[in-house]
Design a protein around this ligand. Sequence first.
Ligand SMILES: [Ca+2]
Ligand SMILES: [Ca+2]
Ligand SMILES: [Ca+2]
Length: 277
Amino acid sequence: MDWKLSRTGRTTNRFRPVLESLDGRIVPSVTWTVDAGVLTITGTQRADTIDVQDDGTNLTVTADGEALDLSSAGAFTDVVLKLGAGSDVVSYTLTGDLTAGTARKLDVELGNGRDTFTGTLNGNLLDGASVDLTVNGGNAIDNLSFSAPAANVAAGGSLSVELNGNNGKDVVAATFGGQLLGDFTLLATGGNGKDEVSSNLTFDAGSTGNVDATVKGGNGKDDLTLMAVDNSGDDGDPTTTDASTLAALTASVDGGNGPDSATVSDNVDVTAAKTTH
Ligand SMILES: [Ca+2]
Ligand SMILES: [Ca+2]
Ligand SMILES: [Ca+2]
């Protein structure tokens, strides 16, 4: 650049910096507190987007695209997310193996509004590690999903997932696949309204743990699925039928009130629903 031109062109400085005052900020933002080991993240009455990334040791929380600075939060064991009204979007992703002995507890209250929750385990639960996830959709049409397509649960570990659509026409879906040496508990409910609740579970060869899976439609005409594929005893020979090596497998579908339909595997008990195997 010609500096002489710059000097003479002062009044048309094209690099003028622009500063925006935050004093007049109208939109309230997500806040957090830590009390007695519980990190509570509170959303606004508008649409919030909260993403929780869990590398198996540490959590990184992003709210509306901005990372929350939790450096002063100290130690916490439980995370509570309260989203309030608005169409909120919440995601939790385990990106690595959950460290042995770690207890991860998340409680997500999506509140009013059409909300979306996506839970994903892309890692295993190592010895004695546990994930305890509870999601309530609250009122309105909610979409709740949990997916752990290849997540082994080691000895002494546990995976507990509760997804409640609550009021409104909800879509609730849970998927698990992996070798289970510990405990697996699932409760997926539609609540009031015409809901679609599905669960597809596969327990890989060598699984010796406990399975307790329940799908409930609640009021309204619901479309329910619970497939519990028990490959625990698979010896690799497709011509033989292998006995389960799971310590226990309890799986049930309860349609509740309304003309419900259930698609289930043979090991699922069905109450109050037209059943398709
Ligand atoms: Ca909100
Ligand atoms: Ca809701
Ligand atoms: Ca519902």
